[in-house]
Ligand binder design. Structure first.
Ligand code: CU
Length: 182
């Protein structure tokens, strides 16, 4: 029943399916092509309503337990206390030892697969807990502080302007004293 004409279609479908699979599996950074982060909890770029007590990263390859680092930082880039990274097969995890207030966090990881090749990266996630209504969901005071720090050049221009104003006033005072002496 299946004539020879149906073969190219099957081949083409197969090739298309393969292309999709390759596109999904091949990571954006070819340097770490050996091993990649496959899934994470909390999910990358997600917003979770309850603070996670654990960060779990699943990779494409088995990990070397001796070289797994998972670091959690808050919006102000302060390190959030966690346990040591625990490796189980292709999974690496850390326990979050403190309750996370609402805000944006970054998970950074550096692992080495059992074939000796490293993989590293980072991703953000947001905790928007309805319990901690006192704290703003995104943009903590430390956020604003760092935003102000980033406006540093503006502040230094202001300081330079003030210094210039002091010089002008002092100069004018000298000039005024001189003209009065005459
Ligand atoms: Cu490798």
């Amino acid at each position: 029943m299946t004539g020879p004409r149906s073969c190219p279609l099957v081949v083409r479908l197969g090739a298309a399916a393969l292309a999709v699979v390759v596109a999904i599996l091949v990571p954006t950074s070819p340097a770490w092509a050996h091993n990649t982060l496959r899934s994470a909890a909390p999910v990358q770029e997600s917003t979770v309503s309850s603070a996670p007590t654990e960060i779990v990263l699943e990779f494409a390859q088995e990990l070397d337990p001796a070289f797994a680092t998972i670091v959690l930082t808050d919006a102000a880039r302060r390190k959030v206390p966690t346990g040591h990274a625990v490796v189980s097969g292709a999974k690496g995890s850390v326990q979050v030892t403190e309750a996370l207030p609402s805000g944006t966090y970054t998970v950074a990881y550096r692992v080495v697969s059992t074939d000796g090749h490293p993989a590293q990266g980072s991703y953000p996630f947001t905790v928007a807990s309805p319990d901690s209504s006192a704290a703003p969901i995104v943009g903590t005071p430390t956020d604003r502080a760092s935003a102000q720090a980033e406006r540093g050049p503006g502040a230094s221009v202001l300081a330079a302007g003030a210094a210039l104003a002091v010089l002008v006033v002092a100069g004018a005072g000298l000039l005024w004293r001189r003209t009065r002496r005459r």
